[in-house]
Write a protein that binds this ligand. Structure first.
Ligand code: NAD
Ligand code: HSE
Length: 351
């Protein structure tokens, strides 16, 4: 049986959920997929680093008490040694799930770069490296004969990127628009029911939807990164966050929501990008009061939806979970499956 050895960079909600899936369903997955998964390294700001080439006992890691670090375990340190772990662990796949930094993408970009440079494939849910350095990192992956996958960077485990790039092959996508942030959609719904923004944000944090700093969710910078990814991946653009105008849901008051409801409308945070006649791409993030008859108006809670405007098929909309620990861990698993397929194809092609 083939096996992939994995290094987990960041051990918060999403990577813990992936480790839990491997612990609970590893045998079943191996039988289904034809390869086993084994975690050989974990590194985290709060826990330190742990490298064990024979495989880490995940049940033992889950049993650690609050405040405990990896120091004292064989291959364990109290301080995180991310670069050392990424470059020297025996993993063939690095899973990057540290905080998204919408300003400069660090340290995520450096983590991904180090992994690709050392011949390891990478999957990440971190939007920073994909939005701010996607082109460079894809080139680096190709130059090193490895694979860079990031399905969970947009709409969590709902396979938007792979759907568009694989299933919609042969169509020209002219525009993309959608609800791209689970937290803000959840918060707007709770505000409709009379909850304050602060209480609703705290709920979204405890449910694992929000960013470590939820300002990114509320002020629209999380969606701004996702719009950059969609525009560059699917519309062939080469834009940065500076090209995406941004307004967040902090601009929407309880009174605005009541007024909209009285007019048969509902506020949604909409991210969009469309190709102009001149070939350039216009992209924005803004709260919009949609009529209740609009298809996106009925998308509630942490659910997201993306509409692709295509030449031959018209509008195609995909909807599904946009945030959540397990849902996003599934995106990582789907990327690992894609990495395995690419590795097998390379071996068959003798590369
Ligand atoms: N939670 C979701 O629904 C979701 C969905 C899609 C994408 N994402 C993205 O996935 C990533 C992980 O999300 P999460 O919910 O697990 O976040 P989290 O805050 O629960 O976990 C992040 C972990 O990374 C660790 N970390 C941060 N900086 C580090 C560093 N420099 N070195 C080592 N460890 C570091 C933190 O200690 C923490 O344990 C984020 O980039 C987020 O934007 C999350
Ligand atoms: N905080 C993000 C996670 C998914 O990227 C959201 O709520 O959509």
């Amino acid at each position: 049986m083939d096996r992939h050895d994995i290094a987990l960079i960041g051990f918060g909600g999403v990577n813990r959920a992936l480790a839990q899936i491997i612990l609970d369903r590893g045998d079943e997955l191996a039988a289904d997929l034809g390869f086993a998964l084994r975690v050989v390294a974990i590194t985290d700001l709060r826990l330190g680093s742990l490298m064990q080439a024979d495989g880490i006992d995940l049940a033992d890691v889950f049993a650690m008490s609050d405040g405990e670090t990896f120091v004292g375990r064989p291959g364990g340190t109290a301080a995180p040694q991310n670069d050392y772990v990424i470059r020297n662990s025996t993993a063939d796949i690095v899973v990057e799930a540290t905080f998204t930094n919408p300003i400069d993408g660090e340290p995520g970009i450096s983590h991904v770069r180090a992994a690709l440079e050392s011949g390891k494939s990478v999957t990440t849910t971190n939007k920073g490296p994909v939005a701010l350095a996607g082109l460079e990192l894809n080139r680096l992956a190709a130059a090193n004969g490895v694979t860079f996958q990031y399905e969970g960077s947009v709409v969590s485990g709902t396979p938007i990127l792979r759907f568009a790039s694989e299933t919609l092959q042969g169509l020209r996508i002219n525009a993309v628009e959608g609800i791209l942030n689970g937290t803000s959609n959840y918060v707007l719904g709770q505000m409709e029911s009379g909850m304050t923004l602060d209480v609703a944000v705290a709920e979204a944090q405890s449910l694992g939807y929000a960013e470590a700093d939820p300002t990114a969710d509320i002020e629209g910078s999380d969606v701004q990164l996702k719009v950059v990814i969609l525009a560059n991946e699917l519309l062939g653009a080469d834009i940065t966050t500076a090209d995406v105008t941004r307004r967040g849901i902090s601009e929407v008051s309880a009174a605005d929501i009541i007024d909209a409801a009285a007019q048969g409308k509902r506020y949604k945070l909409i991210g969009s990008a469309f190709r102009n006649a001149a070939g350039t791409v216009t992209a924005k993030v803004e709260p919009v009061a949609l009529p209740l008859t609009h298809p996106l108006a009925s998308v509630t809670g942490p659910t997201n939806a993306v509409s692709f405007d295509t030449d031959l098929l018209g509008t195609v909309t995909v909807s599904g979970p946009g945030a959540g620990r397990i849902e996003t861990a599934y995106a990582l698993l789907s990327d690992i499956i894609a990495i395995d397929a690419h590795q097998r194809a390379r071996v068959e092609a003798g590369r």
